[in-house]
Every structure is written in structure tokens, then in C-alpha cells.
Ligand binder design. Structure first.
Ligand SMILES: [Zn+2]
Length: 83
């Protein structure tokens, strides 16, 4: 099923998978002496490294067809079930 949210337009150019993908993104963490927690959004652009979870194909986001320039994902629900 085509992606319509975070990965809108993205698809693996090798195996055709719609994800999930591993994307090398930028994120800000709030760090104190006890550890770190995410304090900002996750952002990547079309040159960010991206790997297909299914076939391990690696490339950049634009190579996966993403219309994701400057895209940011904000995690509202940190209790999300991972499956
Ligand atoms: Zn793939």
C-alpha cells in the first residue's frame, strides 16, 4: 500500500517495498547527567542516507522517490506499540 504520511511517495527502487526504511536523520536530544531523551522533531532531507529494511538496498531519500525535502516527523505518541 503506497505511503501517505511520513514516507509519502517513497518506495524502494530495488525491490519496490513501501518500507519500513532506515533513514539517517537529525534529531535533538535533551541530555542531562542521567541520560538523554528526545526533545525535538526528527528531520531529514533528500540527501539523507536511507536503507530498505526488506532488501538492505542503500541510497539517499531522493533515490527512494521521497517528496520529503525538509520533512519533519514529530513524535506525539511515545507509547506507540512497535508490534
Ligand atoms: Zn528494497
Amino acid at each position: 500500500m503506497p505511503n501517505e504520511n511520513c514516507l509519502e511517495g517513497m518506495r524502494c527502487p530495488k525491490c519496490g517495498s513501501y518500507g519500513p526504511f532506515d533513514i539517517y536523520a537529525n534529531c535533538t536530544f535533551r541530555v542531562d547527567d542521567y541520560g538523554a531523551e528526545q526533545s525535538g522533531d526528527v528531520a531529514w532531507d533528500d540527501d539523507s542516507r536511507c536503507w530498505c529494511y526488506d532488501c538492505q538496498h542503500g541510497g539517499d531519500v531522493k533515490g527512494f522517490g521521497g517528496n520529503t525535502i525538509g520533512y519533519m516527523v514529530h513524535f506525539e505518541d511515545e507509547e506507540a506499540d512497535d508490534g
